[in-house]
Design a protein around this ligand. Sequence first.
Ligand code: PLP
Length: 337
Amino acid sequence: MSDPRPTLADILAARRVIAGRADGTPMIPSTLGPRLGIELWLKLEQMQPIGAFKLRGALNAVAALPKDVAGVTCCSTGNHGRGVAQAARARGLRAVICMSALVPQTKIDGIRALGAEVRITGRSQDDALAEARRLVAEEGLAEISPFDDPRVIAGQGTIGLEMLEACPSLATLLVPLSGGGLAAGVALAAKAINPAIRVIGLSMDRGAAMAESLKVGRPVQVIEYPSLADSLGGGIGMDNRLTFPMCRDLLDDVVLVTEPEIYSAMQALFHADRLVAEGACVVGLAALLARRLPDLRGPVGTIITGRNVDMDQFTRVVTGQDIRLGDLLVKGTAHGA
Ligand SMILES: *Cc1c(COP(=O)(O)O)cnc(C)c1O
C-alpha cells in the first residue's frame, strides 16, 4: 500500500483541525543573528502545551480516527508520545506509548502525567515499534507513526505556513531532521508558498538515519548512540513510504553537527536568548555557529522544536560541565570560551 503524499491542501486542512489547540506559537528574532551577521528568526515550538511541536501532527492524526477505534498506540523518542497522549486524552481514547530504554525519564514522566500507558522495550526505536505493532495486531489499537503518516506530516507542515506568514522574506529554513515528518511538512508548505526558498535538514553526526538513507538512496538502518539531541534518534523505517521520498525531493541539503557543537549551541541559545531547549532544537544554530553553512542566504528561520530536556543535563551544559554520552565525553566549556 502506498499512501498518497500530502499536499498543501492537506496542510491547510490540518491548520483548521489544530486551530486554537496547537497553533500560533511566537516567532522572534534571535540576538545571535547580529553576531552571525544574518537576520535569524526562531519559531518557538517549545512553547506548545506539551513542550514540543509534535502536538500538531498528533492532533491532526487522532482527529481522523474512526469513532469506534479501540485506542491508539505509537513508538516514540518521547515527544510524539506526549503529543499522542494529549490528543488521545482530548478525545477520551486509550493511549499506549512504546519507547526504548534510551528515552530520558523526564519524557516518560510527562507522558504518564497525561494519563497514557507507557511500555519500555529494548534499546532502539525498532524495538519500540515492534511492541506498538504487536498492540495493533493483538488489541486492535490504531498506530500513529511519529513521522511516516500523511496527517502527521500535514500537521507539522502548519509550522511552515506560520513561519512564512510571520516573515515572508525568509530565504533559508534550518529544520531539525530525524524521521523527517517535520522537514517534509515544513518544506512542502514553504516551497508551495515560495518555490525559491532553501530548506536544509540538520541532524547529529552519530546515528542520523535519514541523512545516511538519503546518501545511499534508500532507507537504511544505523546504529543509535546516546546524543544531546535525543529527540533526533531512531530510524526512518525500512518500509518508509512518505518521508524518505519527500525529504529526497524537497530538501536542498542535509548537514550534520557534532555533540560538542550541539553543546555550545544549547549554551548560546540559553545565554543569548534565555531559552531552555532540547539539544534537538539547536542543530540549526549549531551549524550556523560552527560555520557549516557556506553560501547561506538570509533571512534565516529555524525551529526551536521542544523544551523537554533533562534538567540535570541542561544545567550541566549551561554551566559548562562535562557531559557523558555513553562512550563519548563532551568536555565542558564555559559559554563564550
Ligand atoms: C520529533 C522531533 C524532531 C524531529 O522531527 P522528525 O519529524 O522526526 O524529523 C525534532 N525536535 C524535537 C524536539 C522532536 O521531538
